[in-house]
Ligand binder design. Sequence first.
Ligand code: HEM
Length: 510
Amino acid sequence: MAAKEAWDALSQSLGVPGLTGIAIVAFTIYLVIHSHTAGLDHIPGPFLARYTNLHAWLYAQWYWGTNVCYLRRLHGEYGDVVRVGPRRVSVSNPDAIQTIYGMKASLNKSELIRAAQPLGKGPDNLFSVRDSKVHGRMRRAVANAYSVSTIVQYEPRIDDTLDALFKVLQNESPETNIGKWVHYYVYDVAGNMTYAQPLGYLEQKCDAVGLIKQTKMLHRYINCTMPMPILHDIASFVVRLVKAHSYTIFHLLTKQKVQERLQQANAGDEGKSETTFKPDILAHFVASREKYPDWMTEEQIITHCMVNVVAGVGTSTTSINNVLKYLVAHPAAQETLYQELQRANVSCPVSWRQTQGLPFLEGLVREGVRLRDASSFNPNGRNVGPEGLILPGDVYLPPGTVVGIKPSVASVQVRTFGEQPYEFCPERWCRREGETEGDYVARRTKMDAGDMSFSAGTRGCIGRGIAIMQIYKLVATLVSQYKLLPATRNDHPESHYEFFCILQPRESVQ
Ligand code: HEM
């Protein structure tokens, strides 16, 4: 009662402006204390970033939809280690990759990943789980589905999707939105490999299960919440409060596929299934239930399948489109690739085995992946553990600091990739004229170790092999069948997943 009377007296004497002033001063004092107790005063960075994550948030909103990575500029200005938030540090030195992402450090994912966790209440997935021990168990349960020896079993499913793509292209006018068809191909490969069903993009020639629209909204949401994960917590709280839940067509389709397969397995009917002879990823998930029953419940298998479909579509599409755009603009490079494919006597579709040992194809794809959308979200920060962390150059980071090396920052390091790292240059991955074998191996080892496109260590991309296989096969088959020429139309594509070119069948090429 006394407290209430004191509060009434104070608010009457100060009024609203006075109380607002006190609140602002108190909040500023909190920000200053929060900043100085982080133990990061020795790390340079923008003034505002020392006190609030609003700095990162503003930049993320400002550059949304552009291909600008503001962290590259900050590293240019402040050096290898930059303070980008009160308790956040961005690193550009490739020598720090093992320190931060290596098995020995085994750091937990940072709070930034919260933005990619399910809204409201839902199971964590392989991508979003933070604790490295929990993640290790989850990953072991699914690892077999992604091993080098397993993924070749999925090749017939990529071939089926390539057939579908080429049928569409044959019936299209030669000047076509190849970027859009690539996007549809990648979605259908993902569905076909995951649960033996293309998602219908190439057949229906549209966003068949709404994933393109949803992904766009999700990226917008993550771009807004990731720099300040408290915004995600507020949204999650509201969702829980109103008990809102909506199931998308994609979720229902995945659930149905998983339930059908689990019923078959429980009834001992797998022998009759097509996937016994032509396994998909779900077949491996179901098989792994026996060994990891607690980690492969129905709900978890549904989540793994959904992540599997959405995790690699945008990245694979932009990588392929980068390669194709380069080939359209550089006819000589296209000819080099075509000659390489001719010498390898490739079939149609080009097989995974035939794509091995083709250095120019490899160089093209490595550049396509390395230089994909720089602004793409990637909350790959890690939390420094209780012992702290010492970065190369003896820079100490105290416990609780969020530290990371963004792929888009690592990808433009001169010390890793040589001169003009912003240039798309497939030859940088090949042995140069006059270069000794030893020098080439040393240069390649450095580039391989410094390329963060698929991240590194225990949380590195589990789908890397699958991504590379579907990209190699598409690029090689397309260029072996068609000559790609610049479009004559100049209408503005709707998204960076789209672009036009003319496809001239190879037999008609003079
Ligand atoms: C060019 C294509 C791709 C690129 C550039 C890419 C990139 C990445 C990166 C950078 C990470 C790690 C993020 C971090 O460190 O926090 C990651 C993780 C992951 N990726 Fe990919 N990815 C691609 C394709 C795929 C595909 C096709 C799949 C599925 C078949 C996939 C599934 C995953 C999963 C499940 C994770 C989480 C792994 C874990 O935390 O254990 N990715 N990816």
